[in-house]
Design a protein around this ligand. Structure first.
Ligand SMILES: CC(C)(COP(=O)(O)OP(=O)(O)OC[C@H]1O[C@@H](n2cnc3c(N)ncnc32)[C@H](O)[C@@H]1OP(=O)(O)O)[C@@H](O)C(=O)NCCC(=O)NCCS
Length: 183
């Protein structure tokens, strides 16, 4: 393995299309509650609109040689973005600041998992998210059946806040204060 990490600008986001679509298929394969909701979720319907709506975007890919084998996408968006026709992801009144941080898409190709790539991309994303002084609340949304990801995020310090859409999504949350109080 000859791994390198590269931050991708928004105009180069096309390079994540295949992996984003693979992530949606992966999440459908794990889900037992409303798996059919993933049928309309893909790079065009999920990632492109998120990037357009967000205030700031941060995408990192991991490459093995020339091949992209993993990506993570995070953003800073106004909290109202998270109350829409699909769902209200969290109680907007529980967030004091106008913007929130979200680790939004995360996918490591099967044969590249368990080598620390996820931890590296997670740390890069969190370091980026933490730099926005006026953001205090961070969210990750995990679809049902994906216990592996849920446990990964818990080990990294996020806590389950609540479920939405009858358990289709589990909302994980962390506040900046919690990071500040950690050693
Ligand atoms: C969840 C996911 C991103 C984790 O990525 P990963 O690259 O497998 O994660 P890591 O290798 O960094 O860490 C997983 C475990 O592997 C082990 N590990 C880490 N580095 C290692 C190394 N160098 N050698 C051997 N094992 C290692 C550790 O036990 C680690 O446990 P920890 O979380 O307590 O540190 C990945 O499994 C994935 O893409 N899953 C499919 C898509 C998905 O579920 N996405 C999330 C949607 S919300």
């Amino acid at each position: 393995m000859n791994l390198t990490y590269e931050v991708i600008s928004d105009d180069k986001i096309e390079c994540c299309r295949e992996l984003c679509n693979e992530l949606m298929r992966f999440q459908k394969s794990k889900a037992h509650i409303k798996p059919e909701l993933f049928d309309s979720m893909n790079f065009e319907t999920r990632m492109i609109p998120s990037i357009r709506k967000a205030q700031h975007n941060y995408t990192v890919v991991a490459k093995d040689g020339d091949q992209i084998v993993a990506y993570v996408y995070s953003n800073i968006s106004c909290k109202e973005t998270y109350s829409n026709d699909f769902a209200t992801f969290f109680d907007l009144s529980s967030v004091c600041k106008p913007y929130v941080g979200c680790l939004s898409n995360f996918y490591i190709k099967d044969e590249y998992r368990q080598y620390g790539i996820g931890s590296k991309l997670f740390t890069m994303s969190i370091d980026w998210l933490k730099q926005f002084e006026d953001v205090e609340d961070y969210f990750i949304f995990v679809s049902n059946g994906n216990e592996n990801a849920l446990n990964f995020y818990k080990r990294k310090g996020f806590s389950v806040s609540h479920d939405i859409l009858d358990g289709f999504i589990t909302v994980l949350r962390k506040s900046k204060k919690e990071w500040i109080s950690e050693p």
